[in-house]
Design a protein around this ligand. Structure first.
Ligand code: TEU
Length: 545
């Protein structure tokens, strides 16, 4: 496979609303990001994925766009955006934009026009259907609760929305829609951005009358056309968000021969502790062996025919240290363990803001302290269905999206140094202990551990290109794998749990020399690894030659 710059890159996701406020309005902004570029350069990342900053009524915090070519006033101006791109470039950092084109905001001029009448030239930019038997055209549900259809009194038809009713789905069967989106993408590419993260891109080939929403028949042709008309003409990174992808589907997107995307985000490992039917609001315990199996399957299946993205977190998911680590006694050790496990795998690693200092989930008592539309809709609808407040709060504490969206904890001053005003979402009360300033002052911090992982990837081709092999598949508590390239081998050993565990070196691993690359406890370099007693959440990586 031809080598690409993004094979070797590490990406950092910024959720701008929660990153750094410079105006005192309680909302993070572009100037706040510019101010923190030196921090990101120090961490060593190559790319920033910027969650949406476009003009938006913020029904879904920017994933509802009313003008793709303008910046939301609360985030700044287009001049700020241009400066961010330029200043990042000076530090060798590329900016990738969030491309949200499954839907727009209901305040987008296209939708305002489309709603005016059945024969408006923009009507067909969206998906409209007549009522059926006096009700919804069919029973497709919205991902944010309730039906995916909203009735428009004025024109006596329903329009389709897979997310909130203020996020009407675009009609991708309309060539005019395709053309407008392609032009908009080129507008951004011409500014010199590093690529796109493509929001719910697996939904654009939908056929609503067939009740097909994801992976529809038109999806891959649409992406190939998009590639040709836009980013295929640039050397950029494209990553599609695709919740239902299997490795087979992933190859359709990311096999270089097919000219679609660089890679996708797959979520198979991220839903292992969700109920098969009820989903995230009904969590179940993680099956650790299944996690090993799933991650390893993705490693081996895409080899040579696609490319993985590696992530534990994003703005929709709970904080990994609270989810599968230990956010109390072993917060630092377990955060480093999880980082080790992921960063030695093959693929492009994504770090979500705050992950590099081990930020944790929050537990607010009152529903009024939450902001996310998904949380609020779930709460409202399930209260009606007879669930108790306590039941729902437990689910929200565990899997609510606001866990990831609390403001970044910069220091131990009021509001964690995020804003001098009132933050739009409450700051996690642990900011006096967990914050960037503390991390930068402490050489054993999670921050410096991530910095080292990033550096190791830059210095060792085997981490980027080596073959992956899972070892000790049936072990209940440790995750062990190797990466191999020519005569080099990396051995990663991780105890996933709090209880101590024993590692015994498999017989087929042989070497003359070993070098400890990184570990989250003090380790004697000369210690034999034939048999190791692993401490709680202990992680080590060796280079064997
Ligand atoms: O997420 C897609 C999506 O399906 C999520 O809403 C997900 O289902 C849910 O959070 C997990 O239960 C993308 C964006 O990442 C998300 O922030 C947006 O709200 C959504 O699309 C709509 O644009």
């Amino acid at each position: 496979m031809e080598r690409k710059w993004w094979h070797e890159a590490v990406v950092y996701q910024i959720y701008p609303r929660s990153f750094k406020d410079t105006t005192g309005n309680g909302v993070g902004d572009l100037r706040g990001i510019i101010e923190k570029l030196d921090y990101l350069e120090k961490l060593g990342v190559d790319v920033i994925w910027l969650s949406p900053v476009y003009k938006s009524p913020m029904d879904d915090n920017g994933y509802d766009i009313s003008d793709y070519r303008d910046i939301a006033a609360e985030f700044g101006t287009m001049e700020d955006m241009d400066e961010l791109i330029a200043q990042a470039k000076e530090r060798g950092i590329k900016i990738i934009m969030d491309l949200v084109v499954n839907h727009t905001s209901d305040e987008h001029p296209w939708f305002i026009e489309a709603s005016k009448s059945k024969d408006n030239p923009y009507r067909d930019y969206y998906i409209w259907r007549d009522p059926k038997d006096g009700g919804v055209p069919n029973n497709i549900p919205s991902i944010f609760s309730g039906p995916a259809w909203e009735y428009d009194e004025e024109t006596e038809q329903y329009y389709f929305h897979l997310f909130s009713k203020r996020q009407p789905d675009l009609n991708w069967e309309n060539p005019q829609v395709q053309k407008e989106i392609h032009q908009m993408m080129n507008f951004w590419l011409e500014k010199g951005i590093g690529g796109f993260r493509m929001d719910v891109i697996d939904l654009i080939g939908k056929e609503v009358d067939q009740k097909i929403t994801s992976n529809g028949p038109r999806l891959h042709p649409l992406l190939q056309e998009m590639n040709q008309a836009t980013f295929g003409n640039y050397d950029v990174l494209t990553v599609g968000e695709t919740w239902g992808a299997t490795p087979e589907i992933a190859k359709l997107y990311s096999d270089p021969e097919r000219n679609e995307l660089s890679m996708i985000f797959q979520f198979e490992h991220m839903t292992l502790d969700w109920d098969d039917e009820e989903g995230k609001w009904s969590p179940k315990p993680l099956d650790f062996k299944k996690l090993k199996k799933v991650l390893s399957k993705w490693q081996t299946e895409l080899k040579g025919q696609g490319w993985n993205s590696l992530f534990w977190n994003n703005h929709d998911l709970p904080r990994i240290v609270s989810r599968w680590g230990n956010d109390q006694e072993y917060r630092v050790e377990s955060a480093k363990m999880l980082a080790t496990l992921l960063h030695f795998m093959q693929g492009t690693p994504y770090i979500y803001q705050g992950e590099e200092i081990g930020m944790t989930n929050v537990k607010y008592e009152s529903i009024d302290d939450y902001n996310d539309i998904e949380i609020l809709n779930f709460y409202r609808d399930n209260l009606k269905r007879g669930y108790t407040h306590q039941q729902m709060m437990e689910a929200i504490w565990q899997n609510g999206r606001d866990n990831a969206r609390t403001p970044i904890q910069w220091d131990d001053s009021e509001n964690a140094g995020f804003t001098v005003g009132t933050p739009w979402l409450k700051v996690n009360p642990n900011y006096t202990e967990v914050n960037v300033q503390e991390a930068l002052n402490n050489h054993d911090s999670i921050f410096y551990y991530y910095q080292k992982l990033i550096r190791l990837r830059k210095e060792n081709d085997v981490i980027v290109y080596g073959d992956y092999q899972l070892l000790l598949e049936d072990d209940d508590s440790i995750f062990v794998y190797t990466r191999n390239l020519a005569d080099e081998q990396i051995l990663v050993i991780v105890n996933f749990f709090k209880a101590e565990a024993e590692f015994i070196l498999p017989e087929d691993i042989s070497f003359d020399n070993k070098e400890l690359l990184i570990s989250n406890y003090e380790v004697d370099e000369d210690e034999s690894i034939d048999k190791v007693e692993l401490k709680p959440y202990e992680a080590r990586a060796y280079r064997l030659t």
